[in-house]
Design a protein around this ligand. Structure first.
Ligand SMILES: Cc1cc2nc3c(=O)[nH]c(=O)nc-3n(C[C@H](O)[C@H](O)[C@H](O)COP(=O)(O)O)c2cc1C
Length: 354
């Protein structure tokens, strides 16, 4: 089942093993993509679809110091090398467009204040060039500022298409800005962007409307993680939230919805996949902790349409070929997830090289 093609909006995927978005922090302080990143993504071109690492839609919104951006003409030109390299190997690639919201920090952003629906900080520390510091209390966005950010998502999507991407994945997961609006632990607004689920989803829906108008809904995917407590996220009703969103997302005619099924820290539990499947009529991609066997069985049982593999693709550039051959998998090295250079990035061997 993993090797049957899949049509997802305008994208025809040659298999159902997708590469999940993976921040690797190999860009530079100016958030410019580079040749090493082109090599890394091209090595993984046999994925049915590559979703890039989360990519900044606006300057001075950094959360990882050296993550890439897509807000300047120079970045568009530099990303073209990445998309050309992937396409030359027959691959498909979408860009994960992202705003960190309260997960950004002034020390990473020339003093620019981080923003969020409400002035509630993430607990714990963030790594900055001057060492670890506590997360900053964000500025609660005004409605005018919210409108500006909606437009920033749309212009990032246009930039991504100009850079040769096959589409974009809107990052609505893992406690970043859109997710901060969605969940009631981080959104305590009393205006039209807070309170009811409808109000908390308003920012997401506005972003999707603008992005779909900019590049066509058949090239737009969305990632959600209603259970993940990463970045101090919590919600009083994650299953209700996913049921609501899944049903309402039908209206957008997206290429796909990409759902993380669990919590990195197992604090919030529940079975979100069946709820999403029951309410959402489009292409549903699952992620988090799937083995290839479980993924194949889930697709066969029509529980979902495809599975995204994160650490599997991180450590195995030729993951689909290995799974097909029943070959042993390389194990990911956590120590080099976010370190600069080729080590632990482009030097994982393919099957032939082992
Ligand atoms: C090093 C690393 C970086 C990640 N970066 C992102 C990211 O940029 N955007 C995102 O949505 N998820 C990110 N994730 C989460 C992964 O996409 C995925 O959900 C997670 O690895 C679980 O899937 P898996 O069990 O197949 O690895 C990251 C995970 C890891 C390990």
């Amino acid at each position: 089942m993993l090797f049957t093609p899949l049509k997802a909006g305008a994208l025809t995927l040659s298999n159902r093993m997708l590469m999940a978005p993976l921040t690797r922090a190999r860009a530079d302080l100016a958030h410019m993509p580079n040749d090493l990143m082109a090599e890394y993504y091209a090595q993984r071109a046999s994925a049915g679809l590559i979703v890039t690492e989360c990519t900044m839609i606006a300057p001075d919104t950094s959360a990882f110091v050296t993550e890439p951006g897509i807000y300047s003409p120079e970045q568009v030109t530099a990303w073209k090398k990445v998309t050309d390299a992937v396409h030359a190997k027959g691959g498909k690639i979408v860009m994960q467009i992202w705003h960190a919201g309260r997960a950004a920090h002034p020390l990473l952003n020339h003093g620019a204040v981080n923003v969020a629906p409400s002035a509630i900080a993430i607990s714990g520390d963030i790594q900055t060039p001057s060492g670890k510091v506590p997360h900053a209390v964000p500025h609660a966005l005004t409605t005018a500022e919210i409108s500006t950010l909606v437009q920033a998502f749309a212009s990032a999507a246009k930039h991504a298409i100009a850079a040769g991407f096959d589409g974009v994945e809107v990052h609505g997961a893992n406690g970043y800005l859109i997710d901060q609006f969605l969940r009631d632990g981080s959104n305590q607004r009393t205006d039209m962007y807070g309170g009811t689920m409808e109000n908390r989803a308003r920012f997401l829906f506005e972003v999707l409307t603008a992005v779909c108008a900019a590049i066509g809904s058949e090239r737009v995917g969305l990632r959600l993680s209603p259970l993940n407590s990463f970045n101090s996220m919590i919600d009083s009703d994650p299953l209700g939230l996913i049921a609501f969103l899944a049903e309402r997302l039908n209206d957008f005619k997206l290429a796909y919805v990409h759902l993380m099924r669990a919590d990195f820290f197992q604090q919030q539990t529940g079975d979100v996949m069946p709820v999403a499947r029951a309410n959402y009529k489009g292409v549903l991609i699952g992620n988090m902790g799937y083995s290839s066997d479980e993924a194949a069985a889930a697709i066969l049982d029509k529980k979902l349409d495809a599975v995204a593999f994160g650490t599997g693709f991180l450590a195995n550039p030729d993951l689909p070929a290995r799974v097909r051959a029943g070959a042993v998998l390389n194990q990911p090295d956590q120590a080099t997830f976010y370190t600069p250079g080729a080590k632990g990035y482009t030097d994982y061997p393919s099957m032939q090289a082992v």
